[in-house]
Design a binder for this molecule. Structure first.
Ligand SMILES: [Zn+2]
Ligand SMILES: [Zn+2]
Length: 390
C-alpha cells in the first residue's frame, strides 16, 4: 500500500515527458537519408575515390574532435592544447552536430558527477534506448546550467563556438561537403556521404559509449558504477570504449592504457605533445591503477565468501589481507627499482657499470618476488576460497 502511494507520488512530481521535435526530426531523417537516399544515389549516379576520401577525412576529423576535443580536452581537461588545435576541435566538433562544446562537456560532467542517478543525463538505469539516444529526443525538465563550468564559460574560444554553433554546424557540417563535392563534380553525392552519412555514423558511435559501455563488458577498475570496458566500442569510437577505466581515472588522457589497446585518441594527443601542440598530459600512476584492479578483485572474492562459516571467512579474510598488502608492497618495490634503473642508465651510461649490474640484480629479485606474490593472490582469486575447511 505504502509502495503504490510512493510510486503515485513520484509519477505526480515527475514532469511529463515532452519530445524535442527539432532533435527528433534530425535524428530520424538523417539515418533515413543515409540508409535509403545515399545507396540510391550511388546506384543511379555512382561515386568516386575522391568522394570516399573526403568522407573518410571528415569522419576522422569530426570523430576525433569529439573524442580528443569535446571529451578528453574540454570535458575532462586531461591535457592542455594549443589554440589552433582547440579551434580545429571546435570547428569540426560543431560539424559532428552534437551541440556546442560547452553544452556537450557540461552534460558529460553531469554524467560523471551523478552517474546512474536521476541528474545523469544519459542514465542507463532508465534503459538502453534512453542512454543511447532517447535522452536527446526529450525536452529537458529544466534548462541546462553552465554555472559550475567556469573554466569553459571563461574560455573565449569555447564561448565563441557556443554562440555560433548553429551556423558552424550548417556551414562546416553540410555546406563545405556540398562545396567540395561541387568542385569534384558530384555535389549531392559528397553532401550525402561526407555530410549526412558521416553525421549518422559519428552520432551513433558517440551514443554507443553512453549505452553499450554502461551495459556490456568487463569492470576491472571499479564496481562503483555501471561503466564497462568494451574493446568493440573502442574500435568504433577512436578508443573511447575502455569506459570502466575512464570512469575510475577520468583525468587520464588515455582510455586504453596497454600498448595493444586500440586508442587512436591517445595516440593523437601524444603526437600533438611531440609536435609541441599539447602539453600537461595527465596520467594515473601505475601504482594507482594496480591498486584499483586489486581492490575490485578483493571485493569480488570477499563477496563470494558470504555463504561460508564465520570461522572460515575470518581465516580467509586474514589471508586475503596479508597477501593483498604483500602484493602491493612487492609491486611498489619493483616499480621503484624499475624507475631507478631507467634513470641511472639514462644519466651515467656505461661509466657506472657496477651500479647498473647491482640494480639489474635487485630488479630481477624484486620482479620474482612480485611474481611469486601475484601467484599467491591469483590462487586466492581463482580457487583458494572454495576449499571449505573440514
Ligand atoms: Zn559513462
Ligand atoms: Zn568522460
Amino acid at each position: 500500500m505504502q509502495n503504490s502511494t510512493s510510486i503515485t507520488q513520484t509519477q505526480l512530481t515527475r514532469p511529463p515527458l515532452r519530445l524535442n521535435w527539432g532533435n527528433t526530426l534530425f535524428l530520424t531523417i538523417t539515418p533515413l537519408i543515409a540508409l535509403i537516399g545515399m545507396p540510391l544515389h550511388i546506384y543511379y549516379v555512382g561515386t568516386s575515390w575522391s568522394l570516399i576520401g573526403v568522407f573518410v577525412i571528415y569522419l576522422i576529423a569530426t570523430g576525433l574532435s569529439i573524442t580528443g576535443g569535446y571529451h578528453r580536452l574540454f570535458a575532462h581537461r586531461s591535457y592542455e592544447a594549443n589554440c589552433m588545435v582547440k579551434l580545429f576541435y571546435l570547428i569540426f566538433g560543431a560539424a559532428a552536430c552534437e551541440n556546442s562544446a560547452l553544452h556537450w562537456a557540461t552534460d558529460h560532467r553531469n554524467h560523471h558527477r551523478f552517474v546512474d542517478q536521476d541528474p545523469d543525463p544519459y542514465n542507463i538505469r532508465l534503459g538502453f534506448f534512453h542512454a543511447h539516444m532517447g535522452w536527446v529526443l526529450l525536452k529537458r525538465p529544466k534548462k541546462l546550467s553552465f554555472d559550475r563550468e567556469h573554466d569553459l564559460s571563461e574560455d573565449s574560444l569555447v564561448r565563441w563556438q557556443h554562440r555560433f554553433y548553429l551556423p558552424l554546424a550548417i556551414i562546416i557540417g553540410g555546406g563545405l561537403p556540398l562545396l567540395i563535392g561541387y568542385y569534384l563534380g558530384n555535389a549531392l553525392g559528397c553532401f550525402l556521404l561526407a555530410g549526412i552519412t558521416r553525421i549518422v555514423i559519428v552520432h551513433h558511435a558517440t551514443f554507443l559509449i553512453n549505452s553499450l559501455c554502461h551495459f556490456l563488458g568487463k569492470q576491472p577498475y571499479s564496481l562503483k558504477d555501471s561503466s564497462r570496458d568494451s574493446a568493440l566500442v573502442a574500435f568504433l569510437t577512436y578508443g573511447e570504449g575502455y569506459h570502466n577505466f575512464h570512469h575510475r581515472f577520468q583525468y587520464d588522457y588515455r582510455n586504453g592504457i596497454r600498448w595493444y589497446h586500440f586508442d587512436p585518441t591517445k595516440w593523437l594527443i601524444k603526437t600533438l605533445e611531440i609536435l609541441r601542440l599539447a602539453n600537461g598530459l595527465h596520467r594515473a600512476s601505475d601504482m594507482h591503477i594496480f591498486k584499483a584492479r586489486l581492490d575490485v578483485q578483493r571485493n569480488q572474492v570477499e563477496q563470494r565468501l558470504a555463504g561460508f562459516s564465520q570461522e572460515f571467512r575470518e581465516a580467509m579474510e586474514r589471508n586475503i589481507h596479508i597477501t593483498h598488502e604483500a602484493l602491493l608492497s612487492a609491486y611498489a618495490n619493483w616499480g621503484k627499482l624499475r624507475a631507478e634503473y631507467r634513470s641511472v642508465r639514462k644519466s651515467i651510461g656505461d661509466k657506472g657499470r657496477r651500479l647498473i649490474l647491482k640494480l639489474e640484480q635487485d630488479l630481477r629479485r624484486a620482479r620474482s618476488h612480485y611474481m611469486a606474490t601475484r601467484a599467491s593472490w591469483a590462487l586466492i582469486v581463482q580457487q583458494g576460497y572454495l576449499q571449505v575447511p573440514a
